[in-house]
Design a protein around this ligand. Structure first.
Ligand code: KG4
Ligand code: ZN
Length: 352
């Protein structure tokens, strides 16, 4: 028995449909999310259940707790997304789900649910890479935006500069040699005593601080367009420990601002270098860290100075959500890429 439900030809018929509705499902980490998106651009609903409260006391995501919470909430969240959109299961044309990268147990909840749903509805199942989803959040914010473009993906696990082709192909231009930007923000936030998730808390604290209070080393990298945040992070932690040991007063706002400044300067510098060298006219930001206020401001300034058009997802779409998964799923339908029902979670799935 084969589990392939939809062939390329059948998908081709679907994409001729006037108003194509994709149900997106996202459970790769600590958000249980579902969304209905029309024609890959219009969000009809975007339902997110955040597990932050469950993980805060542990200072980070506990995989086992995340998986269980997804199991408990997925049905409720999908039901909510349909209700908010004023749709029923019968109205949905395809089910798009994140199948990696992420926590295996968490991913499996969404993948299993989506497979069962697609099978019972006799609708195509679309397997979406979470990182492609983050990139596609831009197509929801800017309805006329299309590749080709350059994209800086900055999240908890990624700091990648990716060239996106007009055919949605992805090519790696540069990436972090060690920590991802979000990971570095989270670690710096932790030593400052901020609660999980640290990145947004550090960003907020930094708003009232002095960027220049603490001088941090500029990272050295092998590749011209690569990043490195682990040296920066260690220098920051050491500086704080030394001050604490010497019982020196320090202003947490200044520490947060200096760290944020150093990370953002590096992201902007390398991305602009890549944009200039590749002759990119459009630059996209993507991933949780693209909500960072200083990053958005500095990128705007740098792109303005260099005649590059900047696109940033609405702040509400920077973090994990299912609208971006539905938007990416729509593009896969247009490309004729359906999954079969043997689909499995791929925790270390790569885009490039
Ligand atoms: O994309 P995302 O929601 O999940 C992953 O796919 O990893 O990114 C989460 C990361 C976390 O490290 C979080 O601290 C960071 O994005 N983040 C921020 C901000 N908002 C979220 N980092 C710095 N400033 C922010 N405003
Ligand atoms: Zn994410």
């Amino acid at each position: 028995m084969t589990f392939v439900q939809y062939s390329r030809n059948e998908l081709a018929n679907l994409r001729d449909k006037k108003d194509l509705l994709v149900l997106g499902i996202e459970t790769s980490c600590d958000e249980t999310a579902a969304s209905v998106v029309q024609n890959g651009r219009e969000i009809l609903s975007n339902s997110v259940y955040s597990q932050i409260a469950l993980h805060t006391i542990y200072g980070g995501v506990v995989p086992e707790i995340a998986s269980r919470a997804h199991v408990e909430k997925i049905d409720v969240v999908v039901g909510q997304a349909l209700r908010d959109a004023g749709k029923t299961f019968g109205d949905i044309d395809a089910v798009a789900v994140t199948y990696g990268p992420g926590l295996v147990g968490a991913l499996l909840v969404g993948v299993s649910y989506a497979k069962a749903l697609a099978y019972s509805l006799k609708k195509p199942l679309i397997a979406v890479n979470h990182i492609e989803g983050h990139i596609c959040a831009n197509y929801l914010t800017y309805r006329d935006l299309n590749p080709s473009c350059l994209c800086l993906v900055v999240s908890g696990g990624h700091s990648h500069i990716i060239a996106v082709g007009a055919d949605d192909s992805y090519h790696l231009i540069g990436c972090t040699q060690d920590d991802a930007a979000g990971e570095a923000f989270d670690k710096a936030a932790r030593v400052l005593g901020l609660s999980y998730p640290g990145g947004p808390a550090l960003d907020k604290l930094a708003q009232d601080g002095d960027d220049m209070a603490l001088q941090l080393p500029r990272p050295k990298t092998q590749g011209k367009y690569d990043f490195s945040f682990s040296g920066l992070k260690t220098a920051f932690i050491n500086a704080l420990h030394t001050m604490k040991q010497q019982k020196k007063e320090y202003v947490p706002q200044d520490m947060a601002a200096s760290f944020r400044h150093a990370v953002v300067e590096s992201l902007v510098e390398k991305t602009m270098l890549a944009a200039k060298d590749t002759g990119a006219g459009k630059l996209l930001l993507a991933g949780g860290v693209s909500a960072n206020r200083l990053l958005r401001k500095r990128m705007e300034e740098a792109c303005g100075q260099n005649g590059i058009q900047l696109y940033m997802p609405d702040v509400s779409l920077c973090g994990d959500n299912a609208a971006m998964i539905a938007a990416a799923g729509y593009r896969k339908i247009i490309r004729g890429e359906a999954a079969d029902l043997y689909l499995n979670a791929v925790p270390s799935l790569r885009l490039v």
